[in-house]
Structure formats: C-alpha cells, structure tokens
Design a protein around this ligand. Structure first.
Ligand code: NAP
Length: 306
C-alpha cells in the first residue's frame, strides 16, 4: 500500500472514473477520493457502491484541496469543467484527463489552468461498450497502455508521479506528442468505431427487408461490430467532432482500399484478395503476441476484459 495522492477528485463518475477509483482503492493509492458527476443519480450510485468517499455538489467543490484532479467526462464537456474548476484548484495540484482525443482537450483545458498547477493530459487505451458508474471494475487497466501527452515544459516530477499512479493501477505507460496520439488513435480506434457504426446501420436497414434474420443468424463478424457500435453515443459523437482531421484522413485511405478490394471482387482477382487477407492476418497475430488480446475462441469475453 503506497499512497500516491492524498486527495483525488474525479470529475465524471462513469466507466473510466469508476474503474480508476476501484483500482486505487484496491491498491490503497489515494487517501481520499471525492467525486462529482452531472446527475445526482450517478453521485448517489457512486456513494452506494462506495468507490468514492464522498460526493461533491459541484465540480468546483470537488477539486478544493485535491492534489490530483481527473477529468473523466466526454471530450465536449472538458472546456466547461476546466473553466469552472480553474479558480478553485490548489497550488501545486496535478490535473489530468482521460479523454480519447488529446489536441482538442489540451486546447480546451490548458488556458484555464492557473500558474503552479500541472496539467498532464492522458488517455488509457482500455474500455468496454458499457458506461456509467456501475460499469467500472478494478482490472480494466491491467496490462493496457496509458498514453500521457505532456505539453512542452511540463513538470517532470508531476509527470513521474502520475505515471507511478497509472502503473500502480496495472497499466503500461508511454509518452507521446498529442498530434501523434490523435493520428494513431484515429487508425486504431476512432475509424474502426465509425466503420462498425456504419455496418450495423446498413444491417439495420437490411433487416427491414429480411425481418429478424440479421439478428437470428448473426455471425461472429457482425456480432463484433454490434458490440463496438453499442458504445456510448455522446462520447463517440465528441470523438469525431474533435478528432476531425485525423479521422477524415484515415477514412479517405480506408475508402481507397475498399474501392481496390471492390474492384478485385468485380474482376475476380483472387490473388489480390488472398494476398491482402494474408497481410491482415499477420496483424492479428501481432496483437495477440503483444498481449493486447487473447486467441481464445470467445476472445476471453466470458470474463470482463482486463
Ligand atoms: P461514461 O461512462 O459515459 O461517463 C461519463 C461521466 O461524465 C458520467 O458520470 C457523466 O455524468 C459525466 N458527465 C458528462 N457530462 C458532464 C458534465 N458536463 N459535468 C459533469 N459530469 C459530466 O464515460 P467514460 O466511458 O467513463 O468516458 C469518460 C472519458 O473517458 C471520455 O472523455 C472518453 O473519451 C474517455 N475514454 C473512454 C473510453 C471507453 O472505452 N469508454 C476509453 C478511454 C477513454 P452522469 O452520469 O451524471 O451523466
């Protein structure tokens, strides 16, 4: 048990914040955890489950005296929260966020951080399609990457302490530039989500023709898409609105590749299709070898992803 922060304020009490709280409590990493969420219901649930020590009525009240403040709200809500808490932050406090997009969050939050407060943006590459205060669990970050994107001139000691917290919650930590982060995530997460949303939308249109067959005979490929496409609509709306350039860039490349595959199908070019699928299969092997998924037939989904 090593207490890393004396008082942690969680702003937002959904999947990521509640998982952090469970992990911090399990390891004794915070002496006290205060929480705030928009709705009184979420605050009451957090207290009832007990992953926070008490709930505050406002974000400003929550951050008073905190040595770590975690912004765990949808990306589009970051600026309003930063504006509200700015004047109430304790000197020397660290503020971090867990938003899925980094450049837009830095632009929204940094201007509201007073002198002497350390803002260190972050993003845990871990999640499920569930949301809200009941969805969190302590092992969410186990063996997952947590990317920090400190701005130039960030305090090394504050960064080191935040890194120590992320590692103590089970994550592997890396630092990168915010623009690079946004491009990488557009490839690995944002565009794939958009494709899943589209595919499920197409199937839903088709369902009107084929009645319930799409659901009844739902095969593994489509089922995986529906799981991804069940993710929180507010969170994902904000991701696309704020990581616009990188997503559009990757989507352009995706469309070109799709047209090439469409052409190969039309021309009966089996060699092209076979070579393409052989290349992509190797990527899946790489992910399993890197410990970021399991090769079990149910992909380990019998248990919560860890
Ligand atoms: P979530 O489960 O939907 O929870 C969001 C929380 O934010 C809720 O407690 C909500 O309050 C609160 N909130 C929303 N607007 C607010 C406002 N204006 N003021 C105060 N609280 C507000 O979301 P999540 O999955 O934890 O995501 C939180 C952040 O983590 C997002 O920025 C997301 O991009 C990022 N992230 C998500 C994942 C993932 O897979 N889910 C992974 C990595 C990073 P109520 O409960 O009262 O509505």
């Amino acid at each position: 048990m090593t207490v890393i922060y004396k008082r942690v304020a969680l702003i937002g009490l959904g999947l990521i914040a509640s998982s952090m709280a469970h992990a911090m409590k399990a390891q004794g990493l915070a002496a006290e955890i205060v929480g705030y969420a928009k709705s009184p219901e979420s605050r009451a649930i957090a207290c009832e489950i007990g992953f926070i020590d008490h709930a505050a009525d406002t974000a400003a009240e929550a951050v008073r005296g905190a040595d770590l403040v975690v912004l765990a709200v949808p990306v589009g809500a970051m600026e309003a929260i930063a504006t509200e808490i700015g004047p109430h932050l304790a000197p020397g406090a660290t503020v971090t966020d867990v938003g899925s997009v980094k450049q837009a969050v830095i632009a929204a939050v940094q201007p509201h951080m007073p002198e002497g407060v350390h803002f260190i943006p972050g993003h845990p590459i871990a999640g499920t399609e569930h949301s809200g205060p009941r969805s969190g669990f302590a092992s969410l970050f186990q063996n997952r990457w947590w990317l920090l994107t400190p701005v130039p001139g960030a305090d090394p000691e504050a960064t080191r302490r935040l890194r120590q917290l992320c590692e103590a919650m089970g994550a592997k930590v890396d630092e990168m530039d915010a623009a690079h982060h946004d491009l990488v995530l557009a490839v690995t997460s944002h565009t794939p989500h958009l494709i899943a949303y589209t595919m499920v939308g197409v199937a839903d249109d088709l369902r009107r023709v084929t009645d319930s067959e799409v659901i009844q005979y739902s095969a593994a490929g489509f089922r995986d898409f529906t799981r991804i496409a069940a993710s929180d609509p507010t969170m994902w709306r904000d991701v696309f609105l704020t990581n616009k350039e990188a997503t559009l860039d990757i989507l352009g490349r995706f469309t070109e590749e799709l047209f090439a595959l469409q052409r190969a199908i039309r021309l009966g070019d089996g060699d092209h299709l076979h070579a393409y699928f052989t290349r992509t299969r190797a990527i899946r092997r790489g992910i399993i070898e890197a410990g970021q998924d399991t090769s079990a037939p149910d992909f380990g989904r019998g248990q919560p992803p860890g």
